[in-house]
Design a protein. Structure first.
Length: 64
């Protein structure tokens, strides 16, 4: 349970630039605090273009 909550909370996560330390440890070392954050998800904002293969083939056959 402790591992799960550590990974879910910002201060319990490993620091990207130095994974041996957590974000919380780094904040304490530098006497800093989190005032806000933005969460990004892998692949977020990437629009996947869906093509209609049948329409694409029909358009190509009309051109030739």
């Amino acid at each position: 349970m402790k591992k799960f909550t550590g990974e879910v909370s910002l201060t319990g996560q490993p620091f990207v630039m130095e994974p041996s330390k957590t974000v919380g440890q780094l904040l304490k070392e530098h006497n800093a605090e989190v005032t806000g954050f933005i969460r990004f998800e892998v692949g977020e904002g990437i629009e996947k273009v869906e093509t209609d293969f049948a329409a694409e083939v029909a358009a190509m056959s009309k051109q030739s």
